[in-house]
Design a protein. Sequence first.
Lengths: 225, 225
Amino acid sequence: MTDLNHFAPSGRTTFKRKPQRGTYDRDAIYAILDEAFLCHVGFVREKAPFVIPMAYARIGDMLYLHGSHASRLADEARTCQEICVTVTLLDGLVLARSALHHSMNYRSVMIVGPCSLVKENEEKLLAMGALVEHILPGRTADCRPPDDSEIRRTAIISLPIHEASAKIRSGPPEDAEEDLALPFWAGVVPLAFVPGMPVPDNPDGNMPERSALYIRKLKERSKVR
Amino acid sequence: MTDLNHFAPSGRTTFKRKPQRGTYDRDAIYAILDEAFLCHVGFVREKAPFVIPMAYARIGDMLYLHGSHASRLADEARTCQEICVTVTLLDGLVLARSALHHSMNYRSVMIVGPCSLVKENEEKLLAMGALVEHILPGRTADCRPPDDSEIRRTAIISLPIHEASAKIRSGPPEDAEEDLALPFWAGVVPLAFVPGMPVPDNPDGNMPERSALYIRKLKERSKVR
Ligand SMILES: Cc1cc2nc3c(=O)[nH]c(=O)nc-3n(C[C@H](O)[C@H](O)[C@H](O)COP(=O)(O)OP(=O)(O)OC[C@H]3O[C@@H](n4cnc5c(N)ncnc54)[C@H](O)[C@@H]3O)c2cc1C
Ligand SMILES: Cc1cc2nc3c(=O)[nH]c(=O)nc-3n(C[C@H](O)[C@H](O)[C@H](O)COP(=O)(O)OP(=O)(O)OC[C@H]3O[C@@H](n4cnc5c(N)ncnc54)[C@H](O)[C@@H]3O)c2cc1C
Ligand code: HEM
Ligand code: HEM
């Protein structure tokens, strides 16, 4: 498992629970990272854990986060502390005949490692562009790009994708043999994150063709399975 | 802010970034906890943070998580370690005229504190029922309840809701005055988590009236705003 197509499991990324649902496959991991855009970032302060929701983008084998220089995550990055980034796509609820076997269908990724603060303006600008394009493909051409002062006052935090794992569950409930005849409905209720009707802030409200385009892309990406 | 309707802010739950979006209001916090059912749990192992997606349920001022006794979280609970539970509802993407002011509409809750392992079978069974009912109201009457061995082999982890905060953003983009005339579409694209067509596991596929009921409740709870 040390080839280029798989991340090598480390002590702490070795699956113990339900390893049959785990994978280190790079394509599987990147497919999840490229579909979602919200992550939960864990860091440690005075020995206690904190978990913060954040947007992210990926460029190659690097994950980028952003925020204020005064945020706690920027502090962590200044001293290259370990963080954990978890990305979760919830695909459905799994209804079994027994309460115990209720479950969820999901695809999730966990990345652990030391983060850093990006210093060069060029890399920062690339990361900002990636963030906007990742969430709204095409939008960078359709808004005012960050100026020098905005680039400076924004903290960009990078995390190399090196210790990474994915876990995936799909398919029907897994009831025990002896429960299969119980008179309860069982099955999967698919769930998906879908965009609704845009609410314009412009007085005229007209949405140009190209804005409709990235909203359509957002819809395509988040289809109910 | 030490009345019964608000959680008292502690050093570590005091908002520093965008405090105008923060609240300690109990009703606001419980409304978010009651709408979502997925959380991200942070814990610390060998000084590094880990973040695990999990289901949860609330009974009064107590949050319940569940899993295997062999999970890392059950280990943490056995020795009453500090964890952080974060719940995030993503309500929309906020498209501003400037890249910088792009944002998200959201409602999120963060709870920190020491967790424990629930020992009494009675409380465990209540928590299991709450978990099923929280996600699928009515479903406990419609599946086989856990038997003694299933109760025993499942770890139920409790976290008192004591140090808790919520952060909420809603409404249009907040572009700078001088950007308002830029020729770009701006506004909000609402997002919501919606259930699709159920996929039956039963050979006949028929869904009884009461199953349709909790799926309808799931739909009502997760309307596109
Ligand atoms: C939507 C969703 C809901 C879930 N709900 C529950 C629940 O209610 N109860 C429950 O017990 N479990 C739940 N899980 C599974 C949970 O995330 C953990 O996988 C499980 O609890 C075992 O945790 P552990 O730390 O003991 O795992 P271990 O197997 O000890 O973890 C070792 C390593 O495996 C990898 N790994 C573990 N879990 C994941 C993951 N989810 N994604 C990517 N890599 C991973 C990481 O590298 C981790 O460091 C849920 C998962 C998802 C995606
Ligand atoms: C969907 C979503 C996406 C986000 N994306 C980004 C992003 O890309 N970049 C970014 O910088 N920020 C983002 N945020 C905000 C982020 O979660 C933090 O609030 C922010 O980064 C400040 O973090 P901090 O630890 O420095 O905050 P501090 O203000 O120092 O936090 C102190 C205390 O305030 C409370 N608190 C802070 N944040 C939250 C929260 N979200 N919910 C409940 N309580 C909270 C907690 O008790 C915390 O311990 C996002 C939030 C949401 C909900
Ligand atoms: C609607 C209710 C429930 C949901 C949505 C749910 C969901 C889940 C999920 C997603 C997992 C993780 C499985 C994985 O790692 O892939 C899990 C694990 C587990 N659940 Fe549940 N669950 C529910 C109710 C219950 C109940 C009532 C019990 C006990 C009676 C239970 C016992 C367990 C146990 C023991 C595990 C650990 C499995 C392992 O790590 O080997 N669950 N649950
Ligand atoms: C589509 C792209 C983007 C999205 C979805 C987004 C989303 C967010 C969100 C949700 C927050 C948290 C605000 C809060 O705490 O309520 C945030 C903070 C921030 N964003 Fe962005 N952002 C995007 C692009 C950018 C860009 C391109 C820049 C810089 C040029 C930027 C600069 C900042 C800064 C500086 C903060 C910190 C605010 C503070 O804590 O005071 N963002 N972003």
